[in-house]
Design a protein around this ligand. Structure first.
Ligand code: URA
Length: 198
């Protein structure tokens, strides 16, 4: 983790950070993954979304949220008038865990300095955690996603504070479509914040 932390800290641009991850051998997930899944979208966007870890399609294409959950995420963004040019998208863990298993706590811990630096370099106005894993890792909260979602949280690190909201993960919504109304409510709140009405 110390090695990850110093590699992440030394990166002064997103390109540097991507190169630092590509050169980092401290996470075993890299050995089984086909590609590094760094980010998609616009680094100048006011909105940044952070998921958990790449799946099969993401691993093949080297881009986050391009499979079925990504298609749903695009529809959710579209519903608030955005596409990938109006958002920046990344994951807590940038390599696919074998068979899409949940990343282990040590894998997540080792990757955390990189996503934290990525957030710092993008410096969005609004940060959205897609699912409980991302929300818990990045805020230290212990509540489940149903308690965390839909209210303003704060992402705080040395010298930065960003308004943040957790919402339901699109993969969960594909399994539980009746919960889409909750995510919809969260996205409307996010839109109001971006429109300066909150
Ligand atoms: N699920 C995630 O959390 N991230 C992706 O990139 C794809 C699916």
């Amino acid at each position: 983790v110390a090695e990850a932390r110093s590699a992440a800290r030394e990166a002064s641009t997103l390109d540097d950070l991507q190169a630092a991850l590509a050169a980092f051998d401290g996470c075993n997930l890299k050995m089984t993954a086909k590609n590094l899944v760094f980010a998609d979208g616009n680094p100048e966007a006011r909105l940044m979304l952070v998921g958990e870890a790449p799946g099969r399609d993401e691993d093949i294409q080297g881009l986050p949220f391009v499979g079925r959950s990504g298609k749903l995420l695009d529809r959710m963004l579209h519903a608030i008038g955005l596409d990938r040019s109006g958002a920046y998208i990344a994951n807590v863990v940038p390599w696919r865990p074998p068979g899409n298993r949940t990343p282990s706590p040590s894998e997540t811990e080792i990757c955390a300095p990189f996503i934290e630096r990525q957030i710092e370099l993008v410096s969005p106005e609004v940060l959205v955690f897609l699912g409980g894993a991302s929300a818990k890792q990045l805020t230290g909260a212990r509540e489940g996603i149903m308690r965390l979602r839909g209210k303003w949280l704060s992402y705080k690190r040395e010298g930065i504070e960003i308004r943040a909201m957790a919402t339901l993960h699109p993969a969960y919504l594909l399994r539980q479509p009746q919960q889409k109304r909750l995510a919809w409510r969260d996205f409307l709140t996010i839109k109001a914040a971006l429109d300066g009405k909150l």
